[in-house]
Design a binder for this molecule. Sequence first.
Ligand code: GLU
Length: 288
Amino acid sequence: MHTNAESAGSYRGRLAPSPTGYLHLGHARTFWVAQQRAKANNGVLVLRNEDLDAMRFKLEFVDAMLEDLKWFGFEWQEGPDCGGSFGPYNQNERSHFHRAALNKLRDGGFIYPCTCSRKDIQSAARAPHAADDKEPIYPGTCRNNCESQMANSKFSWRFRVPHGETISFADGSFGPQQFVAGKDFGDFVVWRHDDVPAYQLSVVVDDAAMRITEVVRGADLLVSTARQLLLYRALGLEPPRFFHCALMTDAAGARLAKRHDALSLRTLRAQGAAPEDLRRSWSLANPA
Ligand code: GLU
């Protein structure tokens, strides 16, 4: 998969943090790979603030995020603080792009309105096949709904995945990947019942609109890449390339999360840690 922009020699990568807590060392390691790859390709690095999740997002985390990234040594050429030609770079200011994509999916018959609650789905759904993917497989309850039936109810919009189709892509780090729609992942939400675009849709729309040529992110999103490839196809957009990074774990082998305060960049900085030393410890753990 090659994008037009990249064949013209203009690599565009991105950092897409969500301000739902303090960034930790695991984020920094994945982002560092993204920055190194952009640099190695003489490319541009974009910072996109993924602040759509109003329930979990706090303004103080946005400032902290920018400050912590700068302290660690990240440099981006486009972003909410410095602008650029593909803004706005705060996701919650991009709803016109997201809504246009939603309308396109609706007009194309790719999505259906769904009134199921998270609880309904948890009790009826099958567990997803991929260990890192927490999303249960949607049992299909609302698959035959149409919008006109929905007059008085709150609903989300769900993408109808082509059951049985194998979605393949070549990951820049993990190599060839294959996921079967309906088995490894099910129909997924593109627009939430509280009228907010869901992650899968907003990330595709914004990566495409910002002309991102390679997405570098954590390996927990490998299955989501299959979902997103279906969205690129439905929207008639050319997908970027993908490079997923192994997730960092703590001493007990658990995946780092924003609750791991001890490893937040904030705490490390307050304790006098030097970013160079932290980076050196990664290369000792994973010699190139
Ligand atoms: N904001 C998302 C996250 O922090 C970005 C995921 C992605 O890179 O696509 O998980």
